[in-house]
Design a protein around this ligand. Structure first.
Ligand SMILES: [Zn+2]
Length: 106
């Protein structure tokens, strides 16, 4: 599940145009914040954009799993495969993290 890039840069940006979240496939609309992630995997550069909800969820899983970088685009597939008690742990972490970032926005 972990997919470590050789190097990466992650920024939180405010969308100037519509982007698609690489995890939930929903539109990131202009004015909405998103994570812009550039990385190099096996010598190949890639760019992934995630809405804040998916980004926080991914960070929560990485934190619990002690994994620095899970593969992009597999978040929901991964969530399907985990047990409900584990899911609760991830959700609790995510809710805390989400509340924190919501406070940060105000
Ligand atoms: Zn998303």
């Amino acid at each position: 599940m972990c997919d470590y890039p050789e190097c990466f840069e992650s920024n939180i940006r405010k969308a100037k145009k519509v982007h698609k979240c690489c995890e939930c496939k929903k539109d990131i609309i202009p004015g909405e914040k998103y994570e812009d992630f550039h990385g190099i995997w096996n010598g190949e550069a890639n760019n992934y954009r995630s809405c804040i909800k998916c980004r926080n969820l991914r960070w929560g899983i990485q934190y619990i799993e002690d994994c620095d970088e899970m593969a992009f685009g597999q978040l929901y597939e991964y969530l399907e495969s985990i047990t409900s008690s584990y899911k609760k742990k991830v959700t609790d972490y995510w809710v805390a993290h989400y509340l924190y970032s919501a406070m940060d926005n105000n």
